[in-house]
Write a protein that binds this ligand. Structure first.
Ligand code: 13P
Ligand code: SF4
Length: 319
Protein backbone atom coordinates (compact mmCIF):
# COMPACT_ATOMS: atom_id res chain seq x y z
CA UNK A 1 0.00 0.00 0.00
CA UNK A 2 2.71 2.48 1.06
CA UNK A 3 4.87 1.54 -1.96
CA UNK A 4 2.02 2.12 -4.38
CA UNK A 5 1.21 5.48 -2.79
CA UNK A 6 4.87 6.56 -2.86
CA UNK A 7 4.88 6.13 -6.65
CA UNK A 8 1.89 8.41 -7.16
CA UNK A 9 2.26 11.88 -8.67
CA UNK A 10 -0.15 13.57 -6.26
CA UNK A 11 -0.33 16.85 -8.13
CA UNK A 12 -1.28 15.16 -11.41
CA UNK A 13 -3.72 12.77 -9.72
CA UNK A 14 -5.43 15.50 -7.71
CA UNK A 15 -5.87 17.58 -10.87
CA UNK A 16 -7.31 14.55 -12.69
CA UNK A 17 -9.71 13.72 -9.85
CA UNK A 18 -10.81 17.35 -9.66
CA UNK A 19 -12.01 17.21 -13.28
CA UNK A 20 -13.37 13.68 -13.12
CA UNK A 21 -15.45 14.36 -10.01
CA UNK A 22 -16.39 17.97 -10.72
CA UNK A 23 -14.74 18.93 -7.43
CA UNK A 24 -13.53 22.25 -6.07
CA UNK A 25 -10.60 22.47 -3.65
CA UNK A 26 -10.98 25.23 -1.07
CA UNK A 27 -7.91 25.86 1.06
CA UNK A 28 -7.01 28.07 4.00
CA UNK A 29 -3.74 30.04 4.04
CA UNK A 30 -2.46 27.93 6.94
CA UNK A 31 -2.26 24.64 5.02
CA UNK A 32 1.02 23.41 3.51
CA UNK A 33 2.32 25.26 0.40
CA UNK A 34 1.79 22.32 -2.01
CA UNK A 35 -1.93 22.29 -1.20
CA UNK A 36 -2.22 26.07 -1.44
CA UNK A 37 -0.66 25.81 -4.90
CA UNK A 38 -3.14 23.22 -6.15
CA UNK A 39 -6.29 24.76 -4.62
CA UNK A 40 -8.99 26.42 -6.73
CA UNK A 41 -9.44 29.06 -4.07
CA UNK A 42 -7.31 30.07 -1.08
CA UNK A 43 -8.79 32.42 1.46
CA UNK A 44 -9.70 33.45 4.95
CA UNK A 45 -12.74 32.04 6.73
CA UNK A 46 -15.14 34.56 5.19
CA UNK A 47 -13.79 34.13 1.66
CA UNK A 48 -13.97 30.37 2.00
CA UNK A 49 -17.59 30.50 3.23
CA UNK A 50 -18.53 32.81 0.36
CA UNK A 51 -16.93 30.45 -2.15
CA UNK A 52 -18.67 27.48 -0.56
CA UNK A 53 -21.99 29.30 -0.84
CA UNK A 54 -21.66 30.01 -4.54
CA UNK A 55 -19.88 26.97 -5.95
CA UNK A 56 -21.52 24.79 -8.63
CA UNK A 57 -19.11 21.91 -8.04
CA UNK A 58 -20.58 18.58 -7.01
CA UNK A 59 -17.93 17.86 -4.40
CA UNK A 60 -16.27 20.37 -2.07
CA UNK A 61 -12.83 19.28 -0.92
CA UNK A 62 -11.97 21.37 2.09
CA UNK A 63 -8.32 21.76 3.01
CA UNK A 64 -8.53 23.47 6.34
CA UNK A 65 -10.07 22.41 9.64
CA UNK A 66 -13.33 20.65 10.47
CA UNK A 67 -15.39 23.71 11.45
CA UNK A 68 -14.64 25.23 8.02
CA UNK A 69 -15.73 22.09 6.16
CA UNK A 70 -18.83 21.90 8.38
CA UNK A 71 -19.74 25.48 7.42
CA UNK A 72 -19.46 24.47 3.76
CA UNK A 73 -21.72 21.47 4.40
CA UNK A 74 -24.27 23.55 6.32
CA UNK A 75 -24.50 25.79 3.24
CA UNK A 76 -24.54 22.84 0.81
CA UNK A 77 -26.55 19.92 2.23
CA UNK A 78 -26.98 18.39 -1.24
CA UNK A 79 -23.24 18.35 -2.00
CA UNK A 80 -20.58 15.98 -0.82
CA UNK A 81 -18.08 17.81 1.43
CA UNK A 82 -14.86 16.00 2.26
CA UNK A 83 -11.95 16.90 4.53
CA UNK A 84 -8.57 15.11 4.19
CA UNK A 85 -8.44 14.40 7.95
CA UNK A 86 -11.49 14.48 10.21
CA UNK A 87 -9.21 14.94 13.23
CA UNK A 88 -8.32 18.43 12.01
CA UNK A 89 -10.04 20.25 14.85
CA UNK A 90 -9.38 23.66 16.36
CA UNK A 91 -8.35 24.71 19.87
CA UNK A 92 -10.89 27.54 19.79
CA UNK A 93 -13.67 25.14 18.93
CA UNK A 94 -12.55 22.84 21.73
CA UNK A 95 -12.56 25.70 24.22
CA UNK A 96 -16.33 26.05 23.80
CA UNK A 97 -18.28 22.83 24.40
CA UNK A 98 -22.01 23.09 23.71
CA UNK A 99 -23.36 22.01 27.11
CA UNK A 100 -21.73 24.71 29.30
CA UNK A 101 -22.21 27.24 26.54
CA UNK A 102 -25.90 26.54 26.33
CA UNK A 103 -26.15 27.02 30.15
CA UNK A 104 -24.20 30.30 29.86
CA UNK A 105 -26.58 31.47 27.15
CA UNK A 106 -29.60 30.53 29.26
CA UNK A 107 -28.23 32.67 32.12
CA UNK A 108 -28.28 35.71 29.80
CA UNK A 109 -31.54 35.38 27.88
CA UNK A 110 -31.62 39.04 26.87
CA UNK A 111 -28.26 38.79 25.02
CA UNK A 112 -27.73 38.40 21.28
CA UNK A 113 -25.20 35.61 20.68
CA UNK A 114 -22.45 36.37 18.17
CA UNK A 115 -20.11 33.45 17.61
CA UNK A 116 -16.81 33.44 15.81
CA UNK A 117 -16.92 30.91 12.96
CA UNK A 118 -14.19 28.90 14.75
CA UNK A 119 -16.73 26.86 16.71
CA UNK A 120 -18.70 23.65 16.33
CA UNK A 121 -21.95 23.34 14.37
CA UNK A 122 -23.73 22.91 17.73
CA UNK A 123 -22.44 26.29 18.95
CA UNK A 124 -23.43 27.83 15.61
CA UNK A 125 -26.91 26.40 16.12
CA UNK A 126 -27.06 28.20 19.48
CA UNK A 127 -26.01 31.53 17.93
CA UNK A 128 -27.85 34.48 16.41
CA UNK A 129 -25.07 35.62 14.07
CA UNK A 130 -21.74 34.11 13.06
CA UNK A 131 -18.71 36.28 12.31
CA UNK A 132 -15.17 35.91 11.08
CA UNK A 133 -12.16 38.09 11.81
CA UNK A 134 -12.77 40.08 8.62
CA UNK A 135 -16.42 40.96 9.25
CA UNK A 136 -16.67 40.87 13.06
CA UNK A 137 -16.70 44.64 13.46
CA UNK A 138 -19.52 45.06 10.89
CA UNK A 139 -21.47 42.23 12.54
CA UNK A 140 -21.19 43.81 16.02
CA UNK A 141 -22.18 47.22 14.64
CA UNK A 142 -25.24 45.65 12.97
CA UNK A 143 -26.69 44.92 16.43
CA UNK A 144 -28.70 47.80 17.96
CA UNK A 145 -26.66 49.64 20.63
CA UNK A 146 -29.12 48.83 23.40
CA UNK A 147 -28.91 45.08 22.79
CA UNK A 148 -26.37 43.27 25.02
CA UNK A 149 -24.07 40.83 23.22
CA UNK A 150 -22.43 37.54 24.16
CA UNK A 151 -19.28 37.01 22.10
CA UNK A 152 -17.83 33.49 21.85
CA UNK A 153 -15.51 31.65 21.85
CA UNK A 154 -12.41 33.84 21.33
CA UNK A 155 -11.75 36.20 24.24
CA UNK A 156 -8.80 37.86 22.46
CA UNK A 157 -10.82 38.73 19.38
CA UNK A 158 -13.72 39.69 21.67
CA UNK A 159 -11.57 42.07 23.72
CA UNK A 160 -10.18 43.63 20.55
CA UNK A 161 -13.72 44.13 19.18
CA UNK A 162 -15.00 45.58 22.44
CA UNK A 163 -12.22 48.18 22.29
CA UNK A 164 -12.80 48.90 18.61
CA UNK A 165 -16.59 49.25 18.78
CA UNK A 166 -16.94 50.58 22.33
CA UNK A 167 -19.46 47.80 23.04
CA UNK A 168 -19.54 45.98 26.34
CA UNK A 169 -19.25 42.36 25.12
CA UNK A 170 -19.85 39.43 27.45
CA UNK A 171 -16.95 37.15 26.55
CA UNK A 172 -16.59 33.38 26.57
CA UNK A 173 -13.17 32.34 27.90
CA UNK A 174 -11.74 30.65 24.79
CA UNK A 175 -8.51 31.13 22.85
CA UNK A 176 -6.45 29.83 19.95
CA UNK A 177 -3.30 28.05 21.16
CA UNK A 178 -1.40 29.02 18.01
CA UNK A 179 -1.96 32.74 18.45
CA UNK A 180 -1.50 32.59 22.22
CA UNK A 181 1.95 31.08 21.65
CA UNK A 182 3.52 34.34 20.51
CA UNK A 183 6.03 35.76 22.96
CA UNK A 184 5.78 39.52 23.39
CA UNK A 185 9.34 39.70 24.76
CA UNK A 186 10.78 37.88 21.76
CA UNK A 187 8.63 39.93 19.43
CA UNK A 188 9.94 43.19 20.88
CA UNK A 189 13.51 41.88 20.71
CA UNK A 190 13.00 40.91 17.08
CA UNK A 191 11.58 44.35 16.36
CA UNK A 192 14.66 45.98 17.88
CA UNK A 193 16.72 43.96 15.36
CA UNK A 194 14.39 45.12 12.54
CA UNK A 195 13.34 48.60 13.64
CA UNK A 196 11.92 49.46 10.20
CA UNK A 197 9.57 46.50 10.13
CA UNK A 198 5.85 47.00 10.65
CA UNK A 199 4.25 44.51 13.03
CA UNK A 200 1.03 42.98 11.71
CA UNK A 201 -1.11 40.64 13.79
CA UNK A 202 -4.18 38.45 13.66
CA UNK A 203 -6.83 39.52 16.23
CA UNK A 204 -6.74 36.04 17.83
CA UNK A 205 -3.37 37.13 19.31
CA UNK A 206 -3.14 38.27 22.92
CA UNK A 207 -3.54 41.91 23.97
CA UNK A 208 0.21 42.77 24.41
CA UNK A 209 0.89 41.64 20.82
CA UNK A 210 -2.13 43.54 19.48
CA UNK A 211 -1.06 46.66 21.38
CA UNK A 212 2.25 46.87 19.49
CA UNK A 213 0.78 45.94 16.09
CA UNK A 214 0.64 48.53 13.29
CA UNK A 215 -2.12 46.55 11.59
CA UNK A 216 -4.61 43.98 12.93
CA UNK A 217 -6.73 41.95 10.55
CA UNK A 218 -7.80 38.61 9.12
CA UNK A 219 -5.38 36.49 7.10
CA UNK A 220 -6.65 38.03 3.84
CA UNK A 221 -6.45 41.49 5.44
CA UNK A 222 -2.83 40.84 6.43
CA UNK A 223 -1.88 39.68 2.93
CA UNK A 224 -3.53 42.74 1.39
CA UNK A 225 -1.76 44.96 3.90
CA UNK A 226 1.75 43.75 2.98
CA UNK A 227 0.79 44.10 -0.70
CA UNK A 228 -0.54 47.64 -0.47
CA UNK A 229 1.60 49.19 2.26
CA UNK A 230 4.68 51.07 0.98
CA UNK A 231 6.86 49.50 3.72
CA UNK A 232 9.27 46.73 2.71
CA UNK A 233 9.62 44.83 5.98
CA UNK A 234 6.96 43.14 8.11
CA UNK A 235 6.89 41.00 11.23
CA UNK A 236 3.86 38.74 10.92
CA UNK A 237 2.03 37.44 14.00
CA UNK A 238 -0.17 34.64 12.74
CA UNK A 239 0.20 31.01 11.72
CA UNK A 240 3.34 30.48 9.62
CA UNK A 241 1.49 28.99 6.60
CA UNK A 242 0.50 32.51 5.55
CA UNK A 243 4.13 33.24 4.64
CA UNK A 244 3.77 31.18 1.47
CA UNK A 245 1.17 33.48 -0.12
CA UNK A 246 2.82 36.61 1.24
CA UNK A 247 6.16 35.66 -0.29
CA UNK A 248 4.43 34.87 -3.59
CA UNK A 249 2.57 38.19 -3.58
CA UNK A 250 5.49 40.40 -2.54
CA UNK A 251 8.73 38.50 -3.30
CA UNK A 252 10.73 41.74 -3.03
CA UNK A 253 9.59 42.45 0.54
CA UNK A 254 11.01 41.00 3.76
CA UNK A 255 8.47 38.90 5.64
CA UNK A 256 9.55 37.78 9.11
CA UNK A 257 7.47 35.34 11.21
CA UNK A 258 6.75 36.50 14.77
CA UNK A 259 8.49 34.27 17.31
CA UNK A 260 6.64 31.82 19.53
CA UNK A 261 7.53 31.24 23.20
CA UNK A 262 10.49 29.02 24.30
CA UNK A 263 8.47 25.86 24.80
CA UNK A 264 7.10 25.85 21.27
CA UNK A 265 8.79 23.34 18.95
CA UNK A 266 9.28 25.73 16.02
CA UNK A 267 10.59 29.30 16.03
CA UNK A 268 7.30 30.46 14.54
CA UNK A 269 3.79 29.33 15.40
CA UNK A 270 2.17 26.44 13.54
CA UNK A 271 -1.33 24.99 13.75
CA UNK A 272 -0.90 21.24 13.86
CA UNK A 273 -4.56 20.79 12.92
CA UNK A 274 -4.09 22.68 9.65
CA UNK A 275 -0.91 20.70 8.98
CA UNK A 276 -2.90 17.44 9.14
CA UNK A 277 -3.83 18.23 5.53
CA UNK A 278 -1.18 16.53 3.41
CA UNK A 279 -1.04 15.91 -0.35
CA UNK A 280 -1.36 12.17 0.29
CA UNK A 281 -4.48 12.56 2.43
CA UNK A 282 -5.92 15.07 -0.04
CA UNK A 283 -5.42 12.60 -2.89
CA UNK A 284 -6.95 9.73 -0.91
CA UNK A 285 -9.95 11.74 0.21
CA UNK A 286 -10.68 12.81 -3.36
CA UNK A 287 -10.26 9.28 -4.63
CA UNK A 288 -12.38 7.62 -1.92
CA UNK A 289 -14.72 10.60 -1.37
CA UNK A 290 -14.19 10.33 2.36
CA UNK A 291 -13.92 11.24 5.18
CA UNK A 292 -17.19 12.98 4.48
CA UNK A 293 -18.73 15.72 6.62
CA UNK A 294 -22.13 14.65 7.93
CA UNK A 295 -24.26 16.97 10.07
CA UNK A 296 -27.48 16.24 11.89
CA UNK A 297 -30.25 17.94 9.88
CA UNK A 298 -31.84 19.67 12.89
CA UNK A 299 -28.47 21.14 13.92
CA UNK A 300 -27.72 22.09 10.31
CA UNK A 301 -30.97 24.02 9.89
CA UNK A 302 -30.40 25.87 13.17
CA UNK A 303 -26.77 26.64 12.28
CA UNK A 304 -27.67 27.79 8.77
CA UNK A 305 -29.63 30.83 10.00
CA UNK A 306 -26.73 32.64 11.76
CA UNK A 307 -24.35 31.79 8.90
CA UNK A 308 -26.79 33.20 6.33
CA UNK A 309 -27.19 36.29 8.52
CA UNK A 310 -23.40 36.73 8.53
CA UNK A 311 -23.24 36.40 4.73
CA UNK A 312 -26.07 38.94 4.27
CA UNK A 313 -24.48 41.52 6.60
CA UNK A 314 -21.10 41.02 4.91
CA UNK A 315 -22.67 41.61 1.50
CA UNK A 316 -24.39 44.77 2.73
CA UNK A 317 -21.05 45.95 4.14
CA UNK A 318 -19.34 45.27 0.79
CA UNK A 319 -17.14 42.53 2.25
P1 13P B 1 -9.06 33.95 9.18
O1 13P B 1 -8.35 33.31 8.04
O2 13P B 1 -10.52 34.08 8.89
O3 13P B 1 -8.43 35.25 9.52
O4 13P B 1 -8.94 33.00 10.45
C1 13P B 1 -7.73 32.58 10.95
C2 13P B 1 -7.83 31.29 11.66
O5 13P B 1 -7.34 31.09 12.73
C3 13P B 1 -8.52 30.22 11.01
O6 13P B 1 -8.62 29.21 11.89
FE1 SF4 C 1 -8.05 26.93 15.34
FE2 SF4 C 1 -6.01 28.46 15.97
FE3 SF4 C 1 -5.64 26.45 14.28
FE4 SF4 C 1 -7.07 28.61 13.52
S1 SF4 C 1 -4.90 28.54 14.02
S2 SF4 C 1 -7.60 26.47 13.21
S3 SF4 C 1 -8.05 29.16 15.46
S4 SF4 C 1 -6.21 26.27 16.44
Amino acid sequence: MTETIAAIDYTAEIKRLKKEKNAIILAHYYVVPEIQDIADFIGDSLGLSQQAEKTNAEMIVFCGVRFMAETAKILNPEKKVVLPDLDAGCSLEMSCPSEPFSKFKAEHPEHIVISYINCSSEIKALSDIICTSSNAEAIIRSVPEDKPIIFAPDKNLGRFLARKTGRDLLLWDGACMVHEAFSIDKLLRLHREHPNAKIIAHPESEEPVLKVANYIGSTTGMINFVKNDPHNEFIVATEAGIMHQMKKEVPHKKIIPAPASEDNTCACSECHFMKMNTMQKLYLCMKNEKPEIIIDEEVRLQALKPIKRMLEISKQAGL
